[in-house]
Design a protein around this ligand. Structure first.
Ligand SMILES: Nc1nc2c(c(=O)[nH]1)N[C@H]1C(S)=C(S)[C@@H](COP(=O)(O)O)O[C@H]1N2
Ligand SMILES: [Mo]
Length: 224
């Protein structure tokens, strides 16, 4: 299978993220997802309720903006578009036209996704990977999976989804890693202003540094 431009296959599926030195956030006994924003009122949705929606399986490759790809992953969960139609739309404020979503993880990581991208056919609220419940490494209890977008919008450990009627303010406007608002892998939208091709080496350097820091931490943990 061909990979998107600038991507290389890695063996297996590494855990990755902004804080690999910390263990994944613990999963509460009865996890919930808060739904907030353009709704008549906030909703606290038990993750267990997702089981009532139609199940969907997606086989896809996963692409981190830093340049590695994991191939042939099999995810299972609920299609985001089914969730949106059945849970969100009936709760929207009359007249509200949602344009952007913000997905928030238990570790505070935020991913901004345009509604039209989130409604794509293969976008899942995924609870299972390779026939098993998600592990802490890969986003337990539930994560967003949007295979046509870079990993950074595939937020793990979902605790909150915000429904916005305008583009949310950019918090990383001046960062060298300024995330692209679409992050589409086949268009190599790695960076908000610079062509993806140009920033490839920057992200590659970053991945090496994060890996090294995480390995050092792992060795320290082993030694106790
Ligand atoms: N909550 C949370 N979600 C996250 C991240 C993170 O640090 N925290 N990192 C993102 C990045 S950059 C990538 S590449 C993928 C990695 O997913 P994996 O750890 O399952 O390989 O998760 C994304 N989602
Ligand atoms: Mo990533």
């Amino acid at each position: 299978m061909k990979l998107p431009p600038g991507q290389r296959a890695v063996g297996g599926f590494p855990r990755f993220g902004k804080d690999l030195k910390s263990p994944p956030p613990p999963v509460p006994a009865d996890p919930v997802i808060k739904l907030v924003g353009a709704l008549t009122e906030d909703i606290t949705l038990p993750v267990a309720e997702l089981a009532k929606l139609p199940r969907r399986e997606v086989r896809a490759d996963f692409h981190c903006v830093a340049g590695w790809s994991a191939t042939g992953l099999v995810w299972e969960g609920v299609a985001f578009r089914d969730f949106y139609r059945e849970v969100v739309e009936p709760a929207l404020r009359p007249g509200a036209v949602v344009s952007h979503l913000v997905f928030v993880g238990a570790d505070g990581v935020r991913g901004v996704v345009m509604l039209e991208d989130a409604l794509g056919e293969e976008v899942l609220l995924a609870e299972r990977l390779g026939g098993e419940p998600l592990t802490g490494a890969h986003g337990a209890p539930v994560r967003l999976v949007s295979p046509w977008q870079y990993g950074y919008v595939n937020v793990k450990h979902l605790v909150r989804v915000e429904f916005h009627v305008a583009a949310p303010p950019l918090t990383d406007r001046w960062s060298p890693l300024a995330a692209h608002s679409r992050a589409r892998v086949w268009k190599e939208e790695r960076h908000r202003r610079l062509p993806g091709r140009v920033v490839r080496p920057v992200y590659r350097g970053l991945v090496a540094a994060i890996r090294a820091a995480s390995a050092r931490q792992g060795r320290r943990r082993e030694r106790g």
